[in-house]
Design a protein. Sequence first.
Length: 260
Amino acid sequence: MTKLVLSEKQGLHEQFGEDAEIGGDHYRAWVGPPNYYDLIGVTQFNLLTLMGMRETNTLLDIGCGSLRGGRFAIMYLRPGKYFGIDPEDWAVQDGLQSHFGEEFANRKRPTFIKNSDFEFTRFERKFDFLMAHSIFTHAPTWQIKLCLQEAAKVMVPQSIFLATFFESLDGTDYTGNDWLYPDIVRYRKETISAIADEAGVECQHFDWPHPFNQKWIAVTQKGSRPDIAKLLGGWIYSYEATLERRATNTTWPTSATDKA
C-alpha cells in the first residue's frame, strides 16, 4: 500500500489549472476538464449519499486520481473508511496536498494502493460502496470485465458499485484492446450489461445528471438488485427509512465486514 507522503510542490492549493490541457501533468487537468473539477466531483459524492452511503460505510474509489470526488468522501467518512486505487501516485499525492495537507490527511487515514490491474483484494477487506467514475469511458471490454470480476471479490450482497460509461451514438462498440486517454470510447447499453453478466455480476442502467452526458450503472451481486428508482427519489433521507432502520436496528446498506 502507498505510504502517505504528501507532495512537496508548493502552493498547490492556489493552483487550479484552468489553462492546462486535459490529460496534462496538473493534478486537476490530469483527470479531466479543470473547470469542471468541482462539479464532477460533487456529482459523484451526491450520488453516493443518495444510494445510501453513511459516514460509517466504506468506499473503494477506483481510479481515484487526484481525489476529484474522493476529497468529499474523505471529509465525510469516518477515519479509515476511504480507500483509493490508482496507477499514478503523483496525482494522489498532489490531490492530498492540495485538498487536505498532512495533518488532516493523517487524521482521516485514507488508504491508497498504486495499481493498474484492478487488484482490489490487496486491501484485504470488503466494501459497502465502489465508484469508478470515467474509467469505462477509456477502457476496452477486457479491462471492464476484469474490473467487474475483481470488484465482485470485494463486494457483499448489500454493496453497490457505481460506474459511468459513454453510450454509443451510432449503435457500435469500441472494439480495440487499448486503454485510450484522454480519448474516449463508447459502448451500447446492452454491451455493458453483457460484460457485467460475463463477469458474474449484474447492472442496472439509470439516469443521473452528468455535465458531459456520461451514463451511469449500478452494479451488484446477482440477485441483490436494490430499488434504484426508490433510492434516487431520496428514500435514505425519508421518515420511512428512519422507521425501517429503527425496526431492524441497522443502517442500509449493512456495513461490510472488515476482512475479505
